[in-house]
Design a protein around this ligand. Structure first.
Ligand SMILES: Cc1cc2nc3c(=O)[nH]c(=O)nc-3n(C[C@H](O)[C@H](O)[C@H](O)COP(=O)(O)O)c2cc1C
Length: 205
């Protein structure tokens, strides 16, 4: 069992990192392997809609995105933690996720997703919705918590005072472990749901 955690924050030791520590505590105690990938200040460019990935394996930009897809392939769960920038996930994280999901040909079905938005004050629910859409359009069930998947703080470490946010993170992590184990049993008993040939309609008429 493995969970890949993506930290969108450019700040080392910021509030997103602190929430990830809380997630890791649970996974460590439950014997679940974790790998944390931090975007940091890396220059992650956005998708340029070249469609190279439609005819090749992976994205035309040979950077961390292609490696991350392989890491996701070997994982049972994916958690994305983002600072809120103008009521959205931060730009480099969106660039990374767009390219990661668009260019990959791996089977995302039944990998469990979870997302957290870290903010000083507002924009968390919009960011949470934004992040969860990567999961729901890829047949990924979502591990939920007791209340909002937020963490509050402005300066590094302020999230320490958000006991409810940190507790909710622990609850989500435990629920994710339960879902991953249950899905593994379900796969053994029933196999994955039947796949349909993809219909691809868009609204030009
Ligand atoms: C460019 C930028 C935009 C921001 N926009 C928001 C915002 O819309 N709402 C908010 O509550 N905080 C906003 N913040 C504050 C951060 O979300 C907050 O400091 C958060 O703790 C950062 O997380 P980190 O420590 O993991 O990087 C913004 C910060 C920056 C740098």
């Amino acid at each position: 069992m493995k969970v890949l955690i993506i930290n969108g924050s450019p700040r080392q030791g910021g509030n997103s990192s602190r929430l990830i520590e809380e997630l890791k505590k649970v996974f460590d105690s439950e014997g679940v392997e974790t790998e944390v990938y931090s975007i940091g200040t890396k220059d992650i460019r956005g998708c340029m809609a070249c469609n190279y990935c439609a005819t090749h394996d992976g994205c035309v930009f040979k950077d961390d995105v292609n490696t991350l897809v392989q890491k996701a392939d070997g994982s049972d769960g994916l958690i994305v933690v983002s600072p809120v920038y103008y009521a959205s996930a931060n730009g480099s994280l969106i660039s990374l996720l767009d390219r990661m999901f668009y260019s990959s040909s791996i089977d995302w079905r039944m990998k469990v997703g979870a997302a957290f938005a870290i903010a000083r004050r507002g924009g968390t629910t919009a960011t949470f919705d934004e992040l969860c859409k990567y999961f729901t359009i890829n047949q990924m069930p979502i591990a939920s918590g007791r209340y909002w998947n937020n963490g509050f703080g402005r300066q590094k470490g302020e999230i320490e005072q958000d006991a409810e946010g940190l507790q909710n993170a622990r609850i989500v992590a435990r629920n994710m472990v339960f879902l991953i184990k249950s899905i593994a049993l379900g796969k053994e008993a029933f196999g994955l749901p039947k796949k349909e040939e993809a219909a691809f309609t868009h609204f030009i008429r």
